[in-house]
Design a protein around this ligand. Structure first.
Ligand code: ADP
Length: 249
């Protein structure tokens, strides 16, 4: 935690992620994102909101460096991603955790094996994997459940495992795409409590949702989209960066 706090102090004037005039066209006549400029500040909790088709998932995929924009630039920690080597992009992606509406676990692997995957990809030692997986299972309230098959867990439990997988590498940022969209109200609340706890510990959260009641119940900064265009930003919620720091160009 101390090293994370140190990084925050060092980098506080540089947004964690910046988009400048980013557009994404799957079809030439209808942009999924159009001319979007915004900053995501270290440590903030931000909602990306808008109706279905507004461009939320496209934005999250671009923030996750999972796909490029067609025009514009993306900066991470002030570095233009277009100028980075593939290895550097992989390292950046390792500093991000992702959570999806449909969990995206491997059903016939144990919950613990699912969570271990990102660490295995990075070549972590067995001992470190075991330690970190146990820690993160405790953190999401799934202690002692790691041997169970992921596919046999309830939706709420699967999403907790997916959050554990997102957190196991100690990410700088968690990108969550409609993480409560498939859950009952109780499980949705558990998942949101968890993400708010992650945020309080200093991790940046960007959560895409079309659910206005969720946003009203748990106020944080809102970044609103319609038809691929950024239509508004608020700085609701105490922990958010002031609106004046938002990207203007
Ligand atoms: P949201 O997450 O807000 O529902 P999306 O980002 O999924 O919105 O989609 C924005 C627009 O881009 C929609 O019109 C959608 O049909 C289109 N789109 C998204 N992904 C693709 C894709 N892979 N291929 C073609 N069109 C896509």
């Amino acid at each position: 935690m101390e090293s994370r706090r140190g990084r925050e102090i060092l980098d506080q004037r540089v947004p964690l992620i910046s988009l400048r005039r980013v557009s994404r066209f799957y079809r030439p006549d209808r942009p999924a994102l159009f001319d979007v400029s915004l900053d995501v500040w270290r440590g903030e909790f931000a909602y990306v909101t808008g109706a279905s088709g507004a461009g939320k998932s496209t934005l999250l995929r671009i923030l996750h460096l999972a796909e490029p924009s067609d025009t514009g630039a993306l900066f991470v920690n002030g570095h233009d991603v277009a100028g980075l080597r593939r290895g550097a992009v992989s390292v950046l992606r390792c500093s991000m955790g992702v959570v999806f509406q449909d969990f995206r676990l491997v059903d016939d692997l144990s919950a613990a094996s699912n969570v271990a995957l990102p660490l295995e990809v990075r070549g972590a030692s067995r001992a470190e994997i075991a330690r970190r997986v146990e820690e993160v299972f405790d953190r999401v309230g799934m202690g002692g459940r790691g041997d169970e098959l992921a596919g046999g867990l309830s939706g709420g439990e699967q999403q907790r495992v997916a959050i554990a997988r997102a957190l196991v590498g100690d990410p700088e940022i968690v990108l969550a795409d409609e993480p409560t969209g498939s859950l009952d109200a109780f499980s949705a609340n558990v998942v949101l409590d968890m993400l708010e706890d992650v945020s309080r510990r200093g991790t940046t959260i960007v959560l895409a949702t079309h659910d206005r009641m969720l946003i009203a119940a748990r106020p944080h900064r809102v970044i609103a989209f319609d038809g691929g265009r950024l239509i508004g930003m608020s700085s609701t919620g105490g922990a958010c960066a002031p609106a004046a720091r938002d990207a203007a160009s």
